[in-house]
Design a protein around this ligand. Structure first.
Ligand code: ZN
Length: 682
């Protein structure tokens, strides 16, 4: 009963529906959507659209609503996992931020910046570098500010005074030598005692390793993920696991999560999905990792439900030993439009193969395309928020992957937000030749880039055949860049084919030019922003892009297909003839396919070494300087949309509204107020 009472205290955003004149909400168009939310330090905050939400059934929307609430409830678990003092620091600073008298001082602005940084990192260590974030305000300001507000607003332990709280937190916040790294990967030191995360306390690396070595049975072909959902610590000198479960560690937050999951079960799409959610609930109640495996096996086999989710202790990147998992969630639904795109491509796989510009003897008689699932994220939580991946591939247990497969998805609306937000960054203004190219990019950039990826993945890699008797590894180290070159060229060649418009994949015969221009600009110039001065290109995809771009550049010189022009002392790529450019892509594809089909090692080596590896030092220097001037924040985070239940007078759910107007600060303060039930120290 206690659980139920706790759960009823959860604030639910109910909106009473008064009139009948409700209008169906429509997702704002890409042009009308404000992707950028905030910028600070090395971070920019974006928002993402959830196109297609309005077309879901009421039940599906409700399901997303409940799963989304569960996703937000796990936020504090991650904060505490990242560092023992994170919740105390956040709660103290948020109290100061909202209640201090003087909200105009320099120190206050610096405190706001620091708060924004730790919200982004789910704690005091940078989300990417894992180094402690150093605040710009002073320890004196912090102490005075904490003392200036009502002590009742502070996260004081029983009997603790504000002065004691200040004394505890000050070294953690201000001393660069205290807990400097969240997860230490350096060699030669004790990785556990030198890491600031809260997965372990009072134990050494050796004690951890011994503890888990004893548990494991080398003959077990279906091992559980030992230690995944617990903190390892000492009680009375004994090493013990504190398991994350209801009644165990993080119980209060897990009870809330389960409360929402129980509501989700009632509106699940089908019995399979009900069973999946129920299995997850049992796992949270027992903490039994065998049940977690059961859940994963069921989850990975469900390919029919439209709505899908990740919810749990999942990835182990935060633990230097890769044992303990951070809590994360991602609620999503299948992007029918984009998945349709991959289906159209796959269904026409044979046509593409038959019409490819390669020699007939290298073509496959029967080719099968692969359709990939494309999803729309509806809510990010825990370790996928605010920083989020653009694709996921789960589950992690190797034996489950081998036996039951894995789900691999791309998150289209997150990719879109990245692409669209970079539009206003000044990047295209700096590196594109004229407004013509910039207009093409704006109008068709996202679509043609997605389509290129689809063609690359669904058809490119699967097309063509290796001649009988040819060693598939004949190209050795050049095999990987050559293979990527082949798949990319396949995509490039067909992007410019009238068949794309005929199949409804592109709106007109101009669209492909956006990707052609971008590809050459990137391959010849702008991808160099990711290379250190003086270094050559190592990465296979970067090699393949430069190979293609510099090959067509050189071969097209006679007819002036592509040229490099100068304006105001800066270099630019100019494409003079897109149709000829397509022919050149076709010619190179034919040659690359020949190399691959016959295992021509020398030709592969010559092409890669000549076109793909060396960097033009002067051009590189210029590109780096121009890029640095744009001051583009290297990291992005997201705010979530806000979902609201619309109910009638009797409390029946009539609709779920989505809105995109919540700011970054507002969102974090709201989450901290409404979804924060864990004790300050766990
Ligand atoms: Zn590839």
């Amino acid at each position: 009963m206690k659980k139920l009472i706790l759960f009823l205290m959860v604030p639910i955003l109910f909106v009473a529906c008064t009139g009948n004149g409700e209008s169906k909400s429509v997702t704002p168009s890409v042009e009308d959507f404000e992707y950028k939310v905030d910028t600070f330090a090395d971070i920019k905050i974006l928002r993402y659209r959830v196109p297609g939400f309005e077309n879901l059934t009421l039940k599906q929307k409700e399901l997303i609503y409940y799963l989304s609430q569960a996703a937000i409830e796990g936020r504090d678990i991650l904060w505490d996992q990242n560092n023992k003092y994170n919740l105390a620091i956040r709660r103290t600073l948020e109290a100061v931020y909202q209640n201090i008298d003087d909200k105009t001082s320099e120190n206050y602005k610096k405190l706001e910046k620091y708060l924004k940084q730790i919200w982004m990192a789910n704690g005091i260590h940078h989300h990417y570098s894992e180094d402690k974030i150093m605040p710009e305000f002073s320890a004196d300001f912090f102490a005075d500010a904490v003392k200036s507000i009502d002590a009742a607003l502070l996260p004081l332990s029983e009997g603790e005074t504000p002065e004691q709280l200040i004394a505890t937190l000050s070294p953690i916040i201000f001393d660069p030598n205290v807990m400097p790294k969240k997860s230490n990967q350096a060699t030669g030191v004790d990785l556990i005692t030198t890491s600031a995360n809260n997965y372990y306390e009072g134990v050494t690396q050796k004690e951890v390793e011994d503890f888990y070595a004893k548990m494991k049975n080398p003959n077990d072909s279906t091992p559980i993920s030992y230690g995944l959902n617990s903190k390892l610590t000492k009680e009375n000198g004994e090493v013990v696991e504190k398991v994350y479960k209801i009644g165990g560690m993080y119980s209060a937050a897990l009870e809330r999560i389960v409360g929402w999951l129980e509501k989700a079960v009632n509106v699940a799409e089908n019995d399979t999905q009900k069973d999946i959610i129920n299995t997850l609930i049992s796992y949270y109640k027992s903490g039994d990792l065998k049940t977690f495996d059961e859940f994963n096996i069921k989850w990975v086999q469900d390919l029919t439900s439209k709505i899908d989710f990740v919810n749990g202790f999942t990835e182990t990147y935060g633990d230097p030993l890769g044992i303990k998992a951070s809590w994360e969630s991602l609620i999503n639904f299948k992007d029918m439009e984009a998945t349709k795109r991959t289906e159209i491509i796959s269904n026409n796989a044979q046509w593409f193969e038959d019409n490819s510009p390669i020699d007939d003897k290298f073509k496959k008689e029967a080719v099968k395309g692969v359709s990939a699932k494309v999803i729309t994220a509806a809510m990010l939580g825990g370790d996928t928020y605010p920083s989020t991946p653009i694709g996921i591939n789960l589950p992690n247990a190797n034996w489950i992957r081998v036996k039951y497969g894995s789900k691999s998805v791309t998150i289209q609306n997150i990719t879109e937000a990245y692409a669209q937000s970079s539009m206003g960054s000044g990047f295209n203004e700096e590196f594109m030749w004229s407004d013509v190219e910039r207009e093409l990019a704006k109008k068709y950039g996202s679509l043609t880039s997605d389509l290129h990826v689809d063609l690359h993945e669904c058809l490119g890699h699967g097309s063509g055949k290796i001649l009988p008797g040819t060693d598939p590894d004949a190209l050795k180290a050049y095999g990987s860049p050559i293979e990527e070159t082949r798949a990319d060229l396949f995509g490039l060649y067909y992007l410019g084919d009238p068949k794309m418009v005929e199949l409804g994949l592109l709106p007109d015969n101009e669209a492909y030019k956006a990707q052609y221009y971008h590809y050459l600009m990137n391959g010849l110039m702008t991808q160099l922003t990711r290379i250190q001065p003086g270094k050559n290109i190592e990465q296979a995809h970067m090699r393949n892009r430069q190979l293609i771009a510099s090959w067509v550049f050189e071969k097209g010189k006679v007819e002036n297909v592509v040229e490099m022009k100068e304006k105001d002392g800066k270099k630019f790529i100019v494409v003079n003839d897109y149709e000829k450019l397509r022919e050149l892509f076709g010619q190179l594809l034919a040659e690359i396919q020949r190399i691959r089909s016959t295992g021509d090692f020398e030709a592969a080596r010559d092409l890669v070494e000549r076109y793909a590896v060396q960097v033009n030092q002067d051009l590189h220097k210029e590109v780096l300087e121009r890029y640095a001037k744009l001051k583009i924040a290297p990291y992005s985070g997201f705010v979530n949309p806000v979902y609201t239940l619309v109910t009638d007078k009797k409390g029946n759910v009539k609709d779920v509204k989505i809105s995109y107007d919540e700011g970054y600060v507002e969102q974090h303060l709201r989450y901290s107020k409404d979804y924060s039930v864990l004790p300050t120290y766990n």
